[in-house]
Design a protein around this ligand. Sequence first.
Ligand code: FMN
Length: 354
Amino acid sequence: MNIEDFRNFCLSLPATHEEMPFDEQTLVFKVAGKMFALTDIDSFESITLKCEPEKAQELRARYASVMPGYHMHKKYWNTLRLDGSLQDEALRHWILHSYAQVVAGLPKKSGNRFLKAKPNLDVPEKKIRYMPISSDFTAYQAAYEMSEEERLQRAETYLAHLQKRRSLREFSDRPVARQLIAHIIKAAGTAPSGAHKQPWTFCAVSNPEIKRQIREAAEAEEYENYHGRMSESWLQDLQAFGTDWQKPFLEIAPWLIVVFRKIYDLDAEGQKHNNYYVSESVGLAAGFLLTAIHEAGLVALTHTPSPMNFLSKVLRRPANEKPFLLIPVGFPAKDAQVPALSRKPLDEICVFFE
Ligand SMILES: Cc1cc2nc3c(=O)[nH]c(=O)nc-3n(C[C@H](O)[C@H](O)[C@H](O)COP(=O)(O)O)c2cc1C
């Protein structure tokens, strides 16, 4: 383990940062402001780590290169001489142990705040995967100062803008630039997600042959839906929209954005890693996508020709991705019509507690 490996490993642990509070040689790693590892950067001959007292004694007895913590409380700290006798894996394990000791001693409040997804530090070190955190926190950049009047004005303007968004089922074949679609998808990717896992993939399809295949498969499913799979009451509810099993817009709209939710992640070695609140996260991203489409002066339809497994097949998506929504995007057809809907008033969708 060289000093860069040591540093990278320490900083890969949640809520860690480095500093040099004592002198210009001693590099200290802290979790939530508490020290868990230190070393001399000039020599990098040893590292000093916290250790559970009994284990600390045991390690000293077992390894000649483990000594009572230099300049530290000998009961809780060990200094490990890096003379090549200690394997990297063991060193990483003891760094983790030190980190876990410090985390365990944090006040509950700050422990929770910094380490919401507290790693299970009892499992063997190689099974633990940490999201690399290069720096601790960064200043929030987007606070807009404005008068209360302007704030209200902006909220009203935004509401009026969103009131105009509608689901379109009649599209023009007028092309839409790829770059515009890319920006819209990037906007969707700014949505919040459980543990920042960003569990989504957006497939943007303009290829006519792929659109044809999607239309064909969607219509096959929708035919079944409209001829037996949907309940009578569902069919009645849909009457207001004038929809049927035919979906020509899937070929006419210049782009189809197919949103997939990633039920788990796969790393380069093919290992599975959990995602959290996947449907909530992808639902939010889809909402951001729809507002970005509207903002760009385009229209879309939130479409769900269920079951949608055919989308995984046509687009050859991996097993961890499940189709979520099929969204044609483009310009409205000339004289396009939409159902005359009204939206629930505030008192039907909101309860204030003041
Ligand atoms: C999850 C979801 C699935 C939908 N599926 C379909 C669909 O398969 N076909 C369709 O024509 N509209 C579909 N819609 C569109 C709704 O009918 C539409 O959003 C609703 O009538 C309100 O109209 P608006 O979007 O113009 O405000 C879906 C909407 C949502 C949110």
